[in-house]
Ligand binder design. Structure first.
Ligand SMILES: O=C(O)CCC(=O)C(=O)O
Ligand SMILES: [Mn+2]
Length: 227
């Protein structure tokens, strides 16, 4: 089945009515990839508070790609490892290149949301050691790419969207494959792994706007197992 045919296959799962997260709508994009609508909203306040601490400790900055381009997204990290880029390449490292200090520790509420979302998507025991924080001002984008700087691809990717909405491009295993456009709004969580772990994806330029939680920003938290 092609991705665009399954994008609207929406399942309402109400088997456990105790938590909002168990009721969050699950949309399957393809085998191994789901969107969990509003999944992070149950933890919105502690997530935003923890995010403030992370960005105070390790301020977001515009890094340069190996090809010499300044990224439109400002980024920082928390956890044991952080994803960085400079003229020498993309990599994970344990310290913040700006300060020389270890990245801030991953807040417990971040770890919980990531683990619960992965489990909801069918990936039990996700234990991320890296959380990349991307800040998108209007106009910022991420071009089509694969997440492949991690040491092994058995763990999924968990990606939390906060603030301004965005159009996420979901492709296939080859760059040339047609992409499905997925609207992501505040609190949505995407999880991809298994057969979809190396699917190409990207983010269209974020539109001008204002969100009560983040102001003029879209913020994305990407949880990964780097090492
Ligand atoms: O912002 C997003 O939704 C995705 C970002 C992303 O794919 C990445 O940083 O690798
Ligand atoms: Mn990515």
């Amino acid at each position: 089945m092609r991705a665009e045919e399954v994008v609207n296959r929406t399942f309402n799962l109400f088997e456990d009515k105790d938590t909002a997260q168990c009721q969050s709508r699950l949309e399957e994009l393809c085998r191994g990839a789901v969107v969990l609508r509003a999944f992070a909203l149950a933890d919105e306040a502690p997530v935003l508070a923890a995010l403030d601490e992370v960005t105070a400790d390790a301020p977001p900055r515009h890094m340069v790609t190996p090809g010499g381009f300044r990224m439109s997204v400002a980024l920082t990290n928390c956890g044991s490892y952080g994803w960085v880029t400079d003229h020498t390449g993309y990599r994970y490292q344990a310290s913040d290149p700006d300060s020389g200090k270890p990245w801030p520790r991953m807040p417990d509420v971040f770890r919980k949301v990531a683990r619960d979302a992965a489990a909801r998507a069918g990936f039990e025991n996700f234990n991320p050691d890296a959380c990349l924080v991307n800040l998108y001002q209007p106009g910022a984008r991420v071009s089509l790419h694969q997440d492949k700087n991690e040491r092994d691809f058995s763990a999924p990717i968990v990606s939390v969207s906060l603030g301004l909405p965005a159009v996420f491009l979901w492709g296939g295993l080859r760059r040339q494959e047609r992409q499905v456009r997925v609207q992501l709004t505040h609190g949505d969580v995407m999880v991809w792994g298994g057969p979809a772990r190396l699917y190409f994806h990207g983010v269209r330029p974020v539109m001008e706007g204002y969100h009560p939680a983040t102001g003029r920003l879209r913020i994305n938290l990407t949880f990964r197992r780097a090492r």
